[in-house]
Design a protein around this ligand. Structure first.
Ligand code: ZN
Length: 342
């Protein structure tokens, strides 16, 4: 089948590749329709590695996908041929200890699309366990279906924050993950969300969603938070930038007893101000991908309470995949999510 293959750093080819895929009784075969380009795909393309994961063999990129079921294993009861679906890209070992404890995202043996040495989904078809395949609601298109994956990250963060009705949240970073986190926070009951970035175009999109945007290159975040909260601080801070400076100052806008959720992954170890957390008895949470949130994401999209459509800023055809990645490595400031349609 045709696939977008990362041969080595900065070298992509769109070529035929043979991937042996046996359809087990609990699997479905899916014809891929749309794939979103994620920051991690671009990182592998530009650097060939993320932390301990190093691309040593040619690897198919892509992990945010939607498609149509074309074959169903005999044990799969919730799907049929022709169903429009989206997929969780990580397949854990069902018998591992983290999986049995409900934390399958933390299974060290998880096989995650486009994380070496596992091939991704920028190819014509995939075989996937039915358990990780979800039917799209009628009013959710293939393009939004491909974005359920990043939305799942935001929803997982919102759950970790244990939002209470009317909470005021601050989201640091208005890239794709910051925006979906803010949307998840609003859907989860936050009364107000303040979101920051250094790129005005991203903040303009945030304002469109009703978030209060702060451009930290020219505005004083702590001053604004203090004004909005009468000096109290925000109930929650979602750190979605991964920036060293943001991590160091993350407890400053927080209210006493507030929660901080670390979502962004700094590219290297960064310092944190523990005392400023202690004097507020801040509760610190972290997330790694997500678990058990796809059905929640789809319900929120079906009800219209989360609308991902405005986040899709750039579209490419499969034949233009290499061009899409070249663009993704150096996008316009207004670009949020680039999708490839097969
Ligand atoms: Zn992703």
């Amino acid at each position: 089948m045709k696939a977008l293959v990362l041969e080595k750093v900065r070298q992509l080819t769109l070529r035929d590749i043979h991937i042996e895929e046996y359809l087990g009784p609990d699997d479905v075969r899916i014809k891929i329709h749309t794939v979103g380009i994620c920051g991690s795909d671009v990182h592998y393309y530009e650097h060939g590695a993320i932390g301990p994961f190093v691309v040593r063999e040619p690897m198919v990129l892509g992990h945010e996908a939607s498609g149509t079921v074309i074959e169903v294993g005999e044990g799969v009861k919730h799907l049929k041929v022709g169903d429009r679906v989206c997929m969780e890209p990580g397949i854990p070992n069902p018998n591992s200890r983290p999986t049995r404890l409900g934390m399958y995202n933390l299974d060290p043996a998880v096989r995650f699309w486009a994380t070496p040495p596992v091939h991704g989904c920028l190819r014509e078809t995939v075989v996937h366990p039915g358990m990780f395949v979800f039917k799209l609601p009628e009013n959710v298109g293939f393009d939004e279906g491909a974005l359920v994956e990043p939305l799942a990250v935001g929803l997982h963060a919102a759950r970790k924050a244990q939002i209470k009705p009317g909470d005021l949240a601050l989201v640091i970073g208005a890239g794709m993950i910051g925006l979906v986190t803010a949307m998840a926070a609003i859907a989860g009951g936050c009364g107000k969300v303040i979101i920051t970035d250094i790129v005005q175009e991203k903040l303009d999109l945030a304002s469109y969603f009703g978030m209060m945007s702060v451009n930290v290159t020219r505005e004083d975040l702590n001053e604004i938070v203090s004004k909005v909260t009468n000096g109290w601080g925000t109930d929650i801070v979602f750190e979605a930038s991964g920036s060293e400076d943001a991590v160091l100052k993350v407890f400053e806008p927080l209210c006493p007893g507030g929660r901080v959720v670390f979502i962004g992954m700094p590219t290297h170890p960064v310092p944190m101000d523990i005392v400023s957390a202690q004097v507020k008895e801040a509760r610190i949470e972290t997330i790694f991908r997500y678990a058990h949130v796809y059905p929640r994401a789809l319900l929120l999209m079906e009800s219209g309470r989360v609308n991902l459509k405005p986040l899709i800023t750039d579209r490419y055809r499969f034949e233009e995949s290499i061009e899409a990645f070249e663009y993704a490595a150096n996008p316009r400031p207004s670009s949020v999510k680039i999708v490839i349609e097969l």
